[in-house]
Design a protein around this ligand. Structure first.
Ligand code: XMP
Length: 323
């Protein structure tokens, strides 16, 4: 007989027994898994937890503010907010290859994290533990790739990488849980429904949703278009009926008319999918009226975009992300 509040209490006790009086560091992304780990560890060990939130300039609209509000302001979690936008953008300049972009973003994340860990050490709050939001399916997947069973189509950068370079003990309190259990645990720990039932967001963020070279200007346009799409999905009660939905920036210009002028601006693609396991997915049959509204709003409100298209590709053969 299994119940989530009991599980939460057991998990809290287990963490306390495991880490004792030592300090723990956690990379908080704002995603479901790291958020639940943060809430759990905060309950278990309070001030012994330090979270590092890295703004790489590739986050969604107002994401940094929301994470700081939820964790630092409302829950009182110690969160170091690092604005590393220029560092990431600088290293991504001129890079167009999707795998190269992923590697750079992953590498810079480790860089920033390591620097913050060293600062803590210098301040006498040396972390002995690295907490990670690894969940059961991640454990299975990386076991598969070690034995060569799973075929790597894209390099996912959020599993592994950090522990070896930092020489920390690993704390993975969600290791036995499936995604729906992680969500229940988040609710039991008092996290807001909206945060716990959020669509997944890839580690490389908008970096893989801006095709080709990543530029500030493109990221700003994409953030605004994406926010409008998500807004309208929520308003139409479609957010929870899709597994993942987002906008993609295409660095292609097409001709349009606006008032009595000709425009020559960029294109945004909308992607919304339904899936159980993200290994296969169907494109969501969103109502045409909803798509129409989103398109009108994006074109009217985001100067620089004059055309919106809808992605009707399944996975396979397409992937969910465009890069
Ligand atoms: P694809 O595009 O491979 O995506 O069909 C499947 C799921 O994985 C997410 N995704 C990532 N998540 N780091 C992540 O944490 C990554 O590098 C990454 N690449 C893809 C994608 O958003 C979808 O949910």
């Amino acid at each position: 007989d299994w119940n989530m509040p009991d599980y939460a209490n057991e998990a809290i006790e287990k963490v306390r027994a495991q880490v004792g009086q030592e300090e723990v560091i956690l990379g908080l992304s704002g995603g479901v898994d790291s958020s639940v780990v943060a809430a759990l560890l905060h309950r278990a060990i309070g001030e012994q937890l330090t979270c590092v939130f890295v703004d790489n300039g590739l986050l969604r609209l107002n994401e940094a503010e929301q994470v700081m509000l939820t964790f630092a302001r409302n829950l009182g979690v110690k969160v170091i907010h690092v604005d590393a936008t220029e560092q990431f953008m600088g290293h991504l300049k001129g890079v167009t290859d999707p795998e190269a972009k992923r590697k750079i973003i992953g590498r810079e994340f480790v860089e920033v994290f390591q620097t913050e860990a060293q600062k803590l050490r210098a301040n006498g709050a040396e972390a002995k533990w690295l907490a990670q939001g690894t969940i059961y399916p991640d454990v299975i997947e990386s076991a598969g790739s070690k034995t060569g069973k799973a075929h790597t189509i894209k390099s996912h950068h959020n599993v592994g990488g950090l522990p070896e370079t930092l020489n920390l003990k690993l704390l993975e309190p969600l290791r036995e849980l499936f995604k729906d259990e992680v969500r229940e645990l988040g609710i039991a720990l008092g996290l807001p429904h909206e945060m716990v039932y959020r669509h997944p967001f890839p580690g490389p963020g908008l970096g893989v949703r801006i095709l080709g070279e990543v530029k500030h200007e493109f990221a700003d346009l994409l953030r605004r278009a994406d926010a409008i799409f998500i807004d309208e999905l929520r308003a139409a009660d479609w957010y929870d009926k899709t597994s993942q939905a987002f906008a993609v920036f295409l660095p292609v210009k097409s001709v349009g008319v606006m008032g009595d002028g000709r425009t020559y601006e960029y294109v945004v693609a909308l992607r919304a999918v339904q899936t159980q396991d993200f290994m296969t997915a169907h494109w969501a049959e969103l109502p045409h009226s909803l798509l129409g509204k989103v398109s009108n709003r994006i074109i009217n409100e985001v100067r620089g975009i004059n055309r919106v298209v809808y992605d009707i590709s399944g996975k396979p053969p397409a992937t969910i992300e465009w890069e």
